[in-house]
Design a binder for this molecule. Structure first.
Ligand SMILES: *[C@@H]1O[C@H](CO)[C@@H](O)[C@H](O)[C@H]1NC(C)=O
Ligand SMILES: *[C@@H]1O[C@H](CO)[C@@H](O)[C@H](O)[C@H]1NC(C)=O
Ligand SMILES: *[C@@H]1O[C@H](CO)[C@@H](O)[C@H](O)[C@H]1NC(C)=O
Ligand SMILES: *[C@@H]1O[C@H](CO)[C@@H](O)[C@H](O)[C@H]1NC(C)=O
Length: 423
């Protein structure tokens, strides 16, 4: 009966899509309810740093995007997820055209929409540039069926992609009456530049690169309300583009190829609040302003929060269980797992083999606040398969090979000045 209903829903969804492709505005919150599969599992595919839209005026930019679409298709056909997450830097806004900067999203979303999968994004520093804004990306995403990206906090300092979704049991008929199995939190770590703003000297206006305290307060209050409503802790996962400073501190402690399998080529120096001074100035040569402390305190004191997934550093793909203190940290970890994804796009720096991080939870695993995760590669292979359970960091796993893939007609030297066609 449930299956029949789902089938009907899918058919209704398909016919509605056919009737008005791309143009109609879908309201994700009304159309899409996330549910576990009948076997009690739920799978998420996380694409990070797709970097669509580089240099549309050269042949290599569009070629990169064609290659990136193939990565998305390969990943989605290897493991069919229940939700697709785009974890920031969807577009390289600084070398996109102003008049059609968001049009590349149709390419990014085509493989997801044609497979009738729901999707949810966080925005990254490259998604907010003089010619591009998170608001414009959200408006464009919302035209597509399955769009679940939202903006729940307003205000200049909040950023755009701050919201949550609940995942319900497979047999839930009326979400208002069901207890969710899982909460998914999406945070905007901002960065990049304010759209359409210039400093008096003509330079772009820098945007702080941490999760704002207004968002942290909303997160804690909303989480407390959900716990009260449902009478117990609900397991949760979180997504943010720019990692917190703790990821750098853990890297200094040492990433072991067998205990934290993954690529570890990047120094994680571009974490939240890097390059800012404690007083909010950027031009005084500070290396770190500490403004992500509220966010880190929140994630280490939220009962049930199992892992935080970031992107941003294309050459880091490991997970580390953050327990206790780490060098230079005023916040101590409570065992939350901090994971990077895999560079998914042919745009952006680096030639590390493209892929996506897959996350699998089951009702049984959630009882112990455990999740499984691995990287599905564009080659079809799987690397870095681990259980983020209580003994992670002490369990031995095969090391992840540091493989690269090349596209001879792509140009990995990004950020070239664009022809001046602004209006
Ligand atoms: C989308 O749905 C929400 C929740 O029901 C509602 O508040 C909002 O107005 C809707 N937006 C549009 C554009 O229809
Ligand atoms: C954006 O416009 C430029 C030229 O105006 C064009 O070459 C390019 O293909 C367009 N991009 C998309 C994704 O439509
Ligand atoms: C965690 O998972 C690993 C790999 O499956 C396993 O070897 C280990 O025993 C598990 N630890 C616990 C506490 O269940
Ligand atoms: C790659 O980009 C660099 C820097 O903009 C440029 O000099 C070079 O010609 C480009 N190569 C190709 C094949 O387009």
């Amino acid at each position: 009966m449930v299956k029949l209903l789902l089938l009907l829903l899918v058919l209704v969804g398909l016919s509605r899509q056919d009737a008005s492709p791309r143009l109609s505005r879908f309201n994700g919150s009304l159309d899409t309810v996330l549910k576990m599969k009948d076997d009690g599992s739920f799978q998420i595919a996380i694409f990070s740093d797709l970097h669509f839209g580089e240099n549309a005026w050269d042949s290599w930019g569009p070629q990169q995007d064609i290659n990136t679409v193939k990565v998305i298709e390969k990943v989605l056909d290897s493991d069919r997820p229940d939700l697709v997450v785009f974890n920031g830097d969807l577009i390289t806004g600084e070398n996109a055209f102003e008049h059609n900067a968001t049009d590349v999203l149709d390419q990014m979303l085509a493989p997801v929409v044609s497979r009738t999968l729901p999707f949810a994004s966080t925005y990254g520093n490259h998604d907010s540039q003089y010619v591009l804004s998170g608001e414009a990306i959200l408006a464009h995403e919302s035209r597509h069926a399955g769009s679940m990206t939202q903006s729940m906090i307003s205000g200049r300092d909040a950023g755009v992609s701050n919201y949550y979704h609940l995942v319900y049991p497979s047999d839930c008929v009326d979400p208002a009456k069901c207890k969710p199995e899982l909460i998914l939190w999406f945070f905007d770590s901002r960065g990049g530049f304010y759209p359409n703003e210039k400093n008096p000297d003509g330079s772009d206006v820098g945007r702080p690169n941490w999760v704002d305290v207004s968002v942290v307060n909303w997160f804690q209050q909303t989480n407390a309300k959900l716990m009260t409503t449902h009478g117990s802790i609900i397991p949760s996962l979180a997504f943010v583009h720019i990692p917190a400073k703790a990821s750098r501190a853990l890297q200094i402690l040492g990433i072991h190829p067998n205990y934290q399998p993954g690529i570890n080529d990047d120094t994680v120096s571009g974490h939240q609040a890097a390059g800012w001074c404690p007083d909010g100035q950027t031009d005084a040569g500070c290396s770190y302003g500490g403004q992500d402390t509220a966010f880190m305190k929140a994630i280490t004191t939220t009962a049930g929060l199992m892992a935080l997934f970031s992107g941003h550093h294309h050459g880091a793909t490991w997970c580390y269980k953050w327990s206790g203190t780490a060098p230079g940290m005023v916040v101590a970890g409570n065992g939350i797992n901090l994971c990077f994804g895999q560079h998914s796009g042919y745009g952006g720096y680096g030639t590390w083999v493209r892929g996506a991080r897959e996350v699998v939870v089951t009702r049984e695993m959630l009882k112990n606040l455990e999740i499984d995760t691995y990287i599905r590669l564009e080659t079809g292979g799987v690397v870095g398969s681990v259980s983020l359970n209580s003994s992670y960091n002490n369990d031995w796993y095969p090391a992840t090979p540091n493989d690269h893939t090349y596209c001879p007609t792509c140009n990995y030297t990004i950020i070239t000045p664009k022809p001046d066609i602004r209006h």
